[in-house]
Design a protein. Sequence first.
Length: 332
Amino acid sequence: MARKRRQIEVFSLSFLDCICCAFGAIILLFVLSKFSEPRIIENVRTDLKAELARMEKELHEIRGETVLIDRELTAKRVVQSDQRRKLARLQGALTNIEGQYRLDSRAAEAQSVITDELESAKQELTDEMRSLNAAYQRPKEDAVIGGVPVDSEYIIFVIDTSGSMQRFAWPLVRQKMKEILDIYPRVKGVQVLNDMGDYMFSQYAGNWIPDSNARRRAILERLSSWAPFSNSSPVEGITKAIGRFYAADKKISLYVFGDDFSGGLMQKVVDTIRQKNAAGSGKNSRVRIHTVGFPVLLAQPGAGQNAARFAALMRRLAEDNNGSFVGLTSLR
């Protein structure tokens, strides 16, 4: 007899219990998770607020420290600027001191060179120069005022405009010219020529320049840039000035500024100027010839003989023509 199979119930009570338990567990987990979520979010918010407050506090502290650092930096910059200005002043003072020291050293060196060259030039005097020196007689002390007679009503300048004078002596030339003008408070006429006989102001060529303070300033200003051709010999300028402006009824002084004479025989020059300036009678009727000698060539090795010839010639001309010879010993 065949055995009957047992039928299995799929949705039995046990199966339903398991399913219900599983769903209950899921619901419980869901409820528990939903219940704790607001607390976690609140805790996170609280933590974030605390962190934000701490960071803001640190930011304020950093800003405060930055302000203090900026103030200190500004103060240090001010101190640094003051120190730089002091350093600049000290450097300027040091430069002035060094420059003064160099000038003093150069002046002493130049004076030594001038002395050596003068001694050398004296030893090389030619017979012609010795004869001129032998005939020279020193003027009496009471014949001049401060070394230069100042009784003239008209004054003429004959200025050597050679390269050596322009390069080395021109500031001193302007200074000495001003000093000479100052010892004549007022004259009736002035004239300025170079050693070649060229006039400083062509509009006054052959005529006297009327004296005034404005004219004197114009002469000194023009002298700063006046540089006509020169042959370093004052003879042409002297003879032209005497030939054009000499007058027996005028008291005239002629001032020669120079440093060199490289021309021909000095005795011939002396004789020529004696003939040009011999008209009239008595010393007061002749053009006085004064000379200011600049020691430019004495500071240049090998050129001292021409400087000595210039000094010998102009000293003789000053003596023969009632003037004075002033030999400068320095270009300062």
